[in-house]
Design a protein around this ligand. Structure first.
Ligand SMILES: *[C@@H]1O[C@H](CO)[C@@H](O)[C@H](O)[C@H]1NC(C)=O
Ligand SMILES: *[C@@H]1O[C@H](CO)[C@@H](O)[C@H](O)[C@H]1NC(C)=O
Length: 328
């Protein structure tokens, strides 16, 4: 049991660092996640669109994440939103938190921080509940905020709350209700997010700049491109030399590369229900598309990035590497 105890202690320490490094003022909250590997490299997993009490292959994806997570000795998990279906959490006492998260991602390798943003389905419940320290007390891995930065030295991860950008959730909510507490009015909220992101990107000294949102900028699947993000967010990413944009929302795995910038668009929304059967190409270059369940891994050093997508059996479906600005 000794190694396990050591691991838990190390993680509790990391969580404490995180909590006390939260910034103030108008800047995006900033969390420090120093590398634990001697060579300063970083390994993370990315998953999204998962909370279905283990159903629709959620448990299979979770099991493979545990196996790959151990092989790679992952530092943390990037969780791209739509955490609890169908309508987020009802409150901090909603058992879905344990039933869809704590009881599912049980592998020892996944007992690391889960840096988490909200998806549109999370906004259909008590969105503030997911941000509450009550959940962090139930499961210390849960680090959920609306927009924030994780500084992992070799890389900065800029987590952005994209749901408020999407106009139809405001204008045509149909039968869904969205919890806009702390968000409305929309225009001012979006303007602040963009301003804060721009400032944080300009300050970043990290080799790799990775922006994470729930909604895709580019996607060939069911939801397609998110026009609000193409128009408002993408110019800021291009102007600041962002390397990757990671998202969920479409329940599939995708890699699309930009034709006029260095940005790689990475969708990892295969945490549970998938197989939508839609495909609509866009003007950027489709490198890989898988309509089923799975997740993504990312390994970063100062000069190289290695990415891979896995299916429910842990099979590598697509992998590639790049150095700063160049494929190899
Ligand atoms: C679970 O994954 C298997 C393998 O990809 C697939 O054949 C099956 O349809 C999936 N089940 C669901 C409910 O999507
Ligand atoms: C919205 O609710 C009405 C009344 O309950 C129902 O008839 C309708 O089918 C619902 N629409 C959708 C898109 O779920």
């Amino acid at each position: 049991m000794a190694p396990r105890v050591k691991l838990v202690v190390a993680f509790v320490f990391a969580a404490v660092v995180v909590v006390f490094q939260v910034g103030s003022s108008a800047e995006l909250p900033r969390l420090e996640h120093p590398p634990t590997k001697a060579d300063g490299s970083l390994a993370v997993l990315a998953v999204g669109d998962w909370g279905r009490r283990g159903q629709f292959n959620q448990s299979m994806v979770a099991e493979q994440m545990g196996i790959i997570g151990e092989k790679m000795d992952v530092d943390f998990v990037v969780n791209v939103g739509d955490n609890f279906y169908k309508n987020g959490l009802t409150g901090v006492d909603d058992k879905a938190f344990e039933e869809s998260f704590t009881d599912i991602y049980t592998a020892e390798s996944l007992q690391k921080p889960w840096y988490t943003i909200l998806g549109n389905h999370d906004y259909r419940g008590d969105a503030l509940a997911q941000l509450s320290p009550v959940l962090r007390n139930l499961d210390s891995r849960w680090i959920c905020m609306k927009s924030f930065v994780v500084n992992a030295e070799v890389a900065d991860f800029f987590f952005i709350d994209t749901t408020p950008f999407v106009l139809k959730y405001w204008n045509e909510p149909k039968n869904d209700t969205y919890d806009w507490r702390g968000v409305a009015p929309r225009e001012a909220y979006i303007a602040n997010v963009l301003k804060d992101l721009n400032a944080a990107l300009k300050q970043s000294k990290a080799t790799w700049k990775i922006v994470v949102g729930h909604h895709a900028i580019r996607s060939v699947s069911n939801h397609g491109d998110t026009q609000e993000l193409v128009q408002q967010l993408l110019p800021i990413l291009k102007a600041n030399g962002v390397d990757m944009y990671m998202n969920g929302h479409d329940h599939c795995l995708e890699h699309i590369s930009s034709r006029d910038s260095s940005i790689q668009y990475l969708t990892s929304g295969g945490g549970s229900k998938a197989w939508r059967g839609s495909f609509t190409p866009n003007t950027d270059k489709l490198e890989f598309f898988y309509d089923g369940q799975g997740f993504m891994s990312l390994q970063l050093t100062k000069t190289e990035a290695h990415l891979a997508f896995y299916d429910v059996a842990g099979t590598v479906l697509h992998s590639w590497g790049l150095t700063k600005g160049t494929y190899y």
